[in-house]
Design a binder for this molecule. Structure first.
Ligand code: ZN
Length: 171
C-alpha cells in the first residue's frame, strides 16, 4: 500500500509483443482515495514494454462476463477474479462461490479449470466424481464447448479475451 494505492502483481504466460519473452507481468492497481479507480498494466520484465490500455474507471456495481469457450485460444483468456468473483461453468455443473478467504487471483481459463480438477481430485474419491473429471478433461482437450461465467457484485473482476473469443459483458 503506497499512499492510498494498492498494487498486486502476477506473472502470466502472456508473450511480449516487443521482444517475444513469455511471461509478461500483470499489475493491478487500486487507488482508493476520492472516487477511486482501478488500472491493469502489463509489463515486460525484460525489455520494459508496458501496456495500459486496460484502464477501467471503477464503476461500482454488478458485472457479469460470459465467455464462450470453443477453441484452444479461448482457454488462454486472462481472468482476474476479485475476492467477490463467482465462477460458474453450467455445462460441467461447477460453481465456485467466493468466501471470506478468497484471494484475488489472475490466471487463464485453462489455469482455473486445471485448479478445479486438482481440487476435486483432492477432495473426492474418483468414484464420486469420475464423470465430472471426464467432462472436465474433455473440455480441456477442446472436445466439449463450455461457457465460463464470471459474476462480481463489486464490479472489480476483469477479463482480457484473446482475439476472436466471444465475451458478453453485462454491467
Ligand atoms: Zn519484452
Amino acid at each position: 500500500m503506497i499512499d492510498g494505492i494498492e498494487v498486486e502483481s502476477w506473472s502470466t504466460e502472456e508473450i511480449c509483443p516487443t521482444c517475444g519473452l513469455k511471461g509478461l507481468e500483470l499489475r493491478h492497481l487500486v487507488y482508493k482515495k476520492d472516487e477511486g479507480f482501478e488500472l491493469f498494466i502489463q509489463v515486460c520484465p525484460k525489455c520494459g514494454f508496458k501496456e495500459h490500455e486496460f484502464m477501467d474507471v471503477l464503476q461500482r456495481g454488478y458485472v457479469k462476463y460470459t465467455i464462450h469457450v470453443k477453441r484452444a485460444e479461448d482457454y488462454n483468456t486472462l481472468i482476474y477474479r476479485s475476492p467477490s468473483g463467482l465462477i460458474t461453468i453450467p455445462e460441467l455443473g461447477i460453481e465456485i462461490t467466493p468466501t471470506s478467504r478468497t484471494l484475488p487471483r489472475i490466471t487463464t481459463i485453462e489455469g482455473f479449470m486445471t485448479e478445479i480438477r486438482d481440487r476435486l481430485l483432492a477432495l473426492f474419491s474418483p468414484e464420486e466424481i469420475n464423470s465430472k473429471i471426464e467432462k472436465l478433461n474433455e473440455a480441456l482437450k477442446g472436445k466439449l464447448p463450455i461457457t465460463f461465467v464470471l459474476e462480481d457484485k463489486s464490479g472489480s473482476s476483469w477479463v482480457k479475451p484473446k482475439e476472436g473469443t466471444l465475451v458478453e459483458k453485462i454491467r
